[in-house]
Write a protein that binds this ligand. Structure first.
Ligand code: NAP
Length: 267
């Protein structure tokens, strides 16, 4: 069996470390490179706490791509570098699997063009937790019958972007199924800026940031005399790994960019 050769960008970060541990356990995958500027030169296995692996961290994506014959680049970095990492990978025929949030719709469209031009498959998933993807799909279905909706997403206080990539993706999916209207009182006034949350095409997204949280989201649907709540909680970062594993496998058979894990699941 040919193993899928994988580089991890952001490998010393919270998500990247989980991906390194997952790749080492999977029989059909092999960690061949790990990128971290702060840990450059140190052994990836020792830094993530699973013992020596013989894979030293390198500080640049170009270096990792040129030193390894990788098939896939898994990226959990920051909004500033993820686009360039994806472009570099696709230009060298390496398939990106990306969890980093903060890519705009314009970025995704431009990356889809590169994917098509180079014939290199790619997957971007705002949320790799399969339960969270189901939460988004259920919310999309509910919006058709209960169009009054608000999203409350809650994350740890080290998160850089708000609202979360998952809440934006949920909002886009709801939007496809929801009759267009502006919710709430037409004359409502915010006494403190931001009190009603971020406005998305007629409804609101609220972002909570607190230590102790991981990744949580509730989608509330109100109707006369009823409330439907669709909720998902990721209690730890392992919850994302079955989705990352699936994406690494599926991207090997893609020649285009897929946005959203729901598009590679059999739903
Ligand atoms: P994190 O712990 O801060 O890790 C990010 C890593 O990226 C850092 O370890 C850092 O390593 C590297 N990095 C930062 N700036 C960089 C730069 N300019 N160039 C190259 N590397 C850089 O963050 P995290 O919690 O793992 O989250 C990473 C991303 O994944 C975030 O965007 C988060 O929202 C997203 N996320 C997605 C999912 C999902 O299911 N899709 C789930 C959780 C999180 P060095 O400084 O050592 O280079």
């Amino acid at each position: 069996m040919m193993k899928i050769r994988v580089i991890v960008a952001g490998a010393s970060g919270r998500m990247g470390q989980e991906v390194v541990k997952m790749l080492v356990k999977e029989e059909n995958m092999e960690l061949v490179g790990a990128i971290s500027r702060s840990q450059a030169g140190k052994d990836a296995g020792e830094v993530v706490g699973i013992g020596y692996l013989g894979i030293p961290f390198v500080s640049s994506t170009l270096e990792a791509l040129s030193k390894t014959k990788a098939n896939v680049l898994v990226d959990f970095t920051t909004p500033e570098v993820v686009k360039e990492n994806m472009e570099l990978a696709m230009q060298t025929g390496v398939r990106p699997v990306v969890g980093t949030s903060g890519l705009s719709q314009k970025d995704v469209a431009s990356l889809a063009k590169t994917s098509k031009k180079t014939g290199t498959g790619a997957i971007i998933a705002p949320n790799f937790a399969i339960g969270a993807v189901l939460m988004m799909v259920f919310a999309q279905k509910a919006a058709k019958y209960l169009p009054h909706v608000e999203i409350i997403e809650s994350h740890h206080d080290r998160k850089l972007d708000a609202p979360s990539g998952t809440s934006l993706k949920t909002a886009e999916m709801i939007n496809e199924n929801r009759a267009e209207m502006r919710q709430g009182h037409p004359e409502e006034k915010e006494l403190i800026d931001g009190a009603r949350g971020a406005y998305f095409n007629g409804f609101r997204i609220h972002s909570v940031r607190l230590p102790g949280l991981v990744a949580h989201q509730e989608v509330l649907f109100g109707g006369n005399g009823q409330l439907l709540t669709v909720r998902h909680d990721s209690f730890n970062r392992e919850s994302f790994m079955p989705g990352v594993k699936l994406a690494v496998e599926k991207v090997m058979n893609l020649d285009r960019l897929v946005y959203g894990l729901e598009n590679i699941l059999d739903l």
